[in-house]
Design a binder for this molecule. Sequence first.
Ligand code: K7E
Ligand code: CUA
Ligand code: CA
Length: 624
Amino acid sequence: MLEKTGLSRRGFLGASAMTGAALVGATALGSAVMTRESWAAAVEDAQSKIHVGPGELDDYYGFWSGGHQGEVRVMGIPSMRELMRIPVFNVDSATGWGLTNESQHILGDSAKFQNGDCHHPHLSMKDGRYDGKYLFINDKANTRIARIRLDVMKCDKILTVPNVQAVHGLRLQKVPYTKYVFANAEFIIPHPNDGSTFKIDSPDSYTMFNAIDAEKMEMAFQVIVDGNLDNTDADYTGKYVASTCYNSEKAIDLGGMMRNERDWVVVFNIERIEADIKAGKFITLGDSKVPVVDGREGSQLTRYIPVPKNPHGCNSSPDGKYFIAAGKLSPTCSIIAIDKLDDLFDDKFKDPREVIVGEPELGLGPLHTTFDGRGNAYTTLFIDSQVAKWNIDEAVRAYKGEKLNYIKQKLDVHYQPGHNHASLCETRDADGKWLVVLSKFSKDRFLPTGPLHPENDQLIDISGDEMKLVHDGPTFAEPHDCTMIRRDQVRTQKIWSRDDPFFAPTVERAKKDGIKLEADNKVIRDGNKVRVYMTSMAPAYGLTEFTVKQGNEVTVTITNIDQIEDVSHGFVMVNHGVSMEISPQQTSSITFIADKPGVHWYYCSWFCHALHMEMVGRMLVEPA
Ligand code: K7E
Ligand code: CUA
Ligand code: CA
């Protein structure tokens, strides 16, 4: 945009009285030549739209994937302020996630992994609307799915999906409620994958579509597919889920994966799958008890719809009418009519492509599509570095032969966008206010930070006829995707409730030791194991010292008996790799080996009081 105006960005900013370099992308679109004055007006307009004043609250929560950093980030929209980070697949020094017994209990078998790669955060629903209960997110790196409770904004369940490698696409059942989390395993592997063969092009090599019981966070079923699986979305009837496949070739290299002009969208018939499982028509694999059904070509459980070429994003429109698959290596999107899927499954069509009712040509590298609830779709164009706004109904009519221009606008974004997401776009409440575009490259839009650049999350106002870029926001690796929910749709707790399941296993342990967590400050010796129980209340721990023997396995359990909102304490044992958060009314515990004799100080790490520095104690370790 700036290039077109003939003004350099820095020249413009330098010459103007405006501050706030974050607004450098601000643009009033449409005018080919802008004066310095009209630029200033556009920037002012943009700034007024996103300005959330000191003490004021945002309208939406945004939940951002932390990509291969492994966490979830909570943002305020439209300010784009980062509100909180929720550690999930990473280890977090501030809260002790991955270090505490409570988090290790939730991580289960996978606590041994200290990395993750999350892509797709999605919020639980009832009848196609957010119910404010949970956020689910995938871990591609270690094939996991996590659930976050929105009331406390902590991860409460993690499940490793068996028999597959790399969960990528993840979406939730929208209707009648989020009974299932649907998860695509991306990579094709031999079954059994025990080294007896390394070939992945045989019928014994495949990947699977996975359904997880959202409430129990247990596997519900797996479906064997042809090719591989990329992204997915569910419809608004509760019956169908669609997934893109880019490796229909079952190839092992780039050239091979691009051989076919068309790959496909595979549609899963959830009713039929459930019926087969109920009737006992399934197999199991290896040690796993998960019901597995065969959904390969010829199965009554799936249908394969050929689409061009290495398709990527898969999004259902909020009017419930369409699945839209983005072409990636084709400049098109394929529009699949959901109301034709019953007939497709009843074999009423000669050619499965009869369910395709539109194939708009949008530009180079279409990746993901989102919606404003007013009949328009917004598709990211990775190679063109643009977002294309197009009218779905007009694209469908054009496919039938009508002459019309379904493309409403193309807006430059900076640069190479992956996902985009409009406010409430995956629900019936799509409100067409804000569009977030997650751009992979920021190039020169921020102060340089060495070879590794931040990404650029841009906020676009889509409330009017034209998209207007209003904010650049640098982010760390790599928010593939995000989701937004109105602030009134989320109810958070201000302090923990003492009977919260988050620390229930620790409460159980204390009960066995005869400890009253809210009052007792005691050391329990159990052979080589020492359990130290104490309270914390600003600015003091219940114990200012405790004694153990060198080599003891020490578990420190602390209960924060402060009742006051925002008074979180911490516990750090110096030189022992021990750190944790204890928020008001929370119990946290951590286990470590006291391997060095001598005096070892512990201190409070979350600023809680004027005498926070003095909130300390000592572990005295007697030589063995
Ligand atoms: Cu396109 Cu993993 Cu959703 Cu990245 S995926 S962009
Ligand atoms: Cu307690 Cu700082
Ligand atoms: Ca392909």
